[in-house]
Structure formats: structure tokens, C-alpha cells
Design a binder for this molecule. Structure first.
Ligand code: ADP
Ligand code: ASP
Ligand code: MG
Length: 407
């Protein structure tokens, strides 16, 4: 008897009746192969589609009244609830009983940081009972319930996190993330057409790619899977190709052998960022301007790409938090600017640690494509650059070809 398989389907996979048929086929196929399948669904379609998350947000945000985060989460959670019943009915039409479960009903307990909540614990009892009763649990992705009983959401793209959290709690054999591309690729194929599917990558590489902008998987989803050693597969809903395995460098038990030895695994970018520059009113008092970090931390705004110099402090924030950041800085005594002209491009690879010449190659590639570098930063698996927004695609393509990633 096979074990539990968690299968998550993203927005585009559920957008049309035809797509949903492909989804139902995948689920039934796995049931027929002997798995106990737990299904996780996102809201159906992307912006513009009637029940997509962005469409729901726009329904309320276009009114002039501020929507409070609790109400916004309540609204956003509806998309997945609709999808769970629609997919469930699709299963029923093909002879499989189902139980649609909200995040709360599936036992996903979170903190109360609306809009970007973290999972505190998962109580999968109801899911296990549903499986026991020979029904397919169809769980709404992207949402949970706070300890106070409020509906919360896990951050945009957070259905992936629901899937791996359930996978971990249920000791699933595997979590399959079905989407509209064939796996994790060396770059976003919309920006780099030569991008190639990676057969397998380590949790660390996947996590880093996701944090640096590769939205094919949510970074927290990978973190949870890594902690609990649950393998993830990213695959296309619409083809039979094997996709990408994300797992440990070596797992005898799961018979997976991955070598994180490529110098560079992939390139990615984050364009939804705003650059903040903070200056002290008097240059000799720059230490006081460091207080800006406390102000932002108190408001739960995370900062990235930080550079502290006597004359200026710079960092980036998520673009959707730019207005709030400005509001907070306006109350301080610092001079500041917030702009949207620059974006972050990153090169990720577990094998580049200590390898000489990697940075030189990157700088050469960018220079050759006339991409100006405004700032750089690095960690042991990643080197990132701040470049002009208009240079995003040129930078990605130059770096992709410099490291022969298409081969
Ligand atoms: P879903 O709705 O299925 O969750 P997403 O839109 O969240 O799908 O993620 C899939 C998209 O991620 C792809 O269509 C692709 O454009 C984008 N993407 C960005 N970087 C990568 C990458 N490195 N590999 C694959 N896809 C990527
Ligand atoms: N529907 C949610 C979003 O659009 C969650 C997800 O798709 O993973 O962000
Ligand atoms: Mg997604």
C-alpha cells in the first residue's frame, strides 16, 4: 500500500473547465496507483478571472475606503474556498467522494499577522478521518486560522506552503506542486526563453531561488519541506514530463541523489521592490539614521539589500509596502527617497562557494550587455545586483548565457 501524496494545483491549472479536467485526471490517476491523495487548491485563474485572488482584492480596494488586513484576508480566502468545491464536484462526477476543507477545518493554525501569516501548527486529524472514510480531502490553499479563530492568509503564492505543511504533518511520501511550467527552470521562461528545466535541485537552492524572486514555488513552502525532509516535485498539470525534484543532497531512504555541484543553478529577479535611501540631516550624525531600521521593524516591514555608508543608508522593501514605508519615514527626522527605478537580479548556485572567477564572469556579462551595476551583495549561494528596471531582461539573459545555463 502506498502512502499519502499531497497534490497542489495552482491558479492557471484550475482556470478553465478543460484545465480542471486535466487536474481531475492527475488526481484520479494517483488514486488508481494506490496513493491516498490529499488535494490542495489555489483560487481559479489569474487576475481578470472572476474568482482569482487579485480580482477579489480589486473588488474591495477600488472603493475609496481603506480595507483593514483582517477583512482583506477574509475576502482573499474566498477564492480557494470556491475552488475546493468546484474541484471536489469534478471528482464526484467521476465517482470519487470528497470533502472540501477550509484551512481552519484542515487544522492549519497560524499567527495573526494578516496577509503574511506563518503556520504555527497543523492538526491533520480531520484530513486523516476524511481519508479513512474513503473521501478525497480537497483543502483550500493559502489560508489558515489564528488562535483567536480569525481567518488568515499565508502571503501571495502561499498555497504551496499549505501543501508542504500538510505534507510534513501527514508524513507524506511526496508533495507534488502542479503548475503551468514543467518544473523549476534555470530562469523564468517568460524573461529568458532559453531557460531549461532542472531535473533536481537541493532545498537550499530552491529556497534561495524562491526568495530571490522565482515565483514557481513559495520560499516558505521549501523551508517547511526542508525542515521535515519532505521531497517536493514541481510538475506541469498539462504534460506527463517528470518535472523537478527538490530534496536533500542525498537521501538513501527516498532513493534520491542530488549533487549541488553546479557553480550556477539559475538566475532570477525581484522586480516588485522599491529602493529606499535614507540620509541623516547632518552627515556626521549618520549613526542616528540607523534608527530607521527600528522604525520599520516595529511595523513588521522587512528590508533587504542593505548598504550603510556614512553619507547614506540604502535598502529595498517590497513594493506593496513602499507607501507604508514612506508614511513611517515621514514621521522621522531623516531625509529619504523611495523610488521604483531599480530591481534586484540574482545568480544562485550551491556550487559557487569559494569558486574563483564567478563574480568576474558576472561583471563581464553585464558589462557586455551594457547593464550598469548600482550595488551588489552576496551570500554563500547567491550573488545579487541592483540594476535599472529597464535592464531586467538584458541582465538575466546575459547572466544565463554567460554560465551556459541553456545547455
Ligand atoms: P501557480 O499559479 O501554479 O502557483 P505561479 O504563477 O505562482 O503558478 O508560478 C509559476 C510561474 O513561475 C511560471 O509561469 C513562471 O512564469 C514563473 N517562474 C519564475 N521563475 C521561474 C523559474 N525559475 N522556473 C520556472 N518558473 C518560473
Ligand atoms: N491564490 C493565492 C495567490 O494568488 C495563493 C496562491 O496562488 O498560491 O496568491
Ligand atoms: Mg504560485
Amino acid at each position: 500500500m502506498k502512502g499519502i501524496l499531497v497534490q497542489k494545483f495552482g491558479g492557471t491549472s484550475l482556470a478553465t473547465a478543460e484545465n480542471r479536467k486535466a487536474v481531475i485526471d492527475k488526481i484520479i490517476n494517483s488514486i488508481n496507483r494506490g496513493y491516498k491523495v490529499v488535494v490542495v487548491v489555489s483560487a481559479m485563474g489569474r487576475e481578470g478571472a472572476p474568482y482569482a485572488t487579485d480580482t477579489l482584492i480589486n473588488l474591495a480596494q477600488n472603493s475609496y475606503e481603506y480595507i483593514n488586513p483582517r477583512a482583506k484576508d477574509l475576502l482573499m480566502s474566498c477564492g480557494e474556498i470556491i475552488a475546493s468545491v468546484v474541484v471536489g464536484q469534478g471528482l464526484k462526477e467521476r465517482g470519487h467522494n470528497y470533502e472540501a476543507l477550509t484551512g481552519a477545518q484542515a487544522g492549519i493554525i497560524t499567527d495573526d499577522n494578516y496577509g503574511n501569516t506563518r503556520i504555527l501548527e497543523v492538526n491533520p486529524q480531520r484530513i486523516l478521518e476524511t481519508l479513512e472514510a474513503n473521501k478525497v480531502p480537497v483543502v483550500t490553499g493559502f489560508q489558515g486560522v489564528s488562535q483567536e479563530g480569525e481567518i488568515t492568509t499565508l502571503g501571495r503564492g502561499g498555497s504551496d506552503t499549505t501543501a508542504t505543511a500538510l505534507g510534513a504533518a501527514l508524513h507524506a511520501e511526496m508533495v507534488e506542486i502542479y503548475t503551468d511550467v514543467e518544473g523549476v527552470m534555470t530562469a523564468d521562461p517568460n524573461l529568458v526563453p532559453q531557460a531549461r528545466v532542472l531535473k533536481h535541485i537541493t532545498y537550499e537552492e530552491a529556497c534561495e531561488l524562491a526568495y530571490q524572486g522565482a515565483k514557481v514555488i513559495h520560499p516558505r513552502a521549501v523551508e517547511i519541506a526542508r525542515r521535515e525532509r519532505v521531497p517536493i516535485m514541481i510538475r506541469s498539470t498539462f504534460t506527463e514530463s517528470p518535472g523537478t525534484v527538490i530534496a536533500d543532497t542525498f537521501s538513501q531512504e527516498k532513493q534520491i541523489d542530488i549533487k549541488g555541484d553546479q557553480a550556477v543553478t539559475g538566475v532570477t529577479s525581484r522586480s516588485n521592490v522599491s529602493l529606499v535611501e535614507v540620509k541623516p540631516r547632518q552627515p556626521q550624525k549618520y549613526a542616528t539614521a540607523l534608527g530607521c531600521f527600528e522604525v520599520l521593524a516595529a511595523a513588521n516591514i522587512s528590508v533587504d539589500f542593505i548598504n550603510v555608508r556614512p553619507e547614506m543608508i540604502t535598502f529595498i522593501v517590497n513594493r506593496e509596502l513602499a507607501a507604508r514605508t514612506e508614511e513611517l519615514l515621514a514621521k522621522t527626522e531623516y531625509n529619504y527617497t523611495v523610488s521604483n527605478n531599480l530591481i534586484k537580479v540574482s545568480v544562485v548556485g550551491a556550487g559557487m562557494t569559494g569558486l574563483p572567477g564567478v563574480m568576474a564572469k558576472m561583471v563581464k556579462a553585464l558589462k557586455g550587455s551594457e547593464v550598469h551595476i548600482y550595488q551588489t551583495t552576496d551570500s554563500h549561494t547567491t550573488i545579487s545586483f541592483l540594476v535599472k528596471r529597464d535592464d531586467e531582461q538584458d541582465a538575466l539573459q546575459a547572466l544565463h548565457s554567460q554560465f551556459n545555463l541553456a545547455q
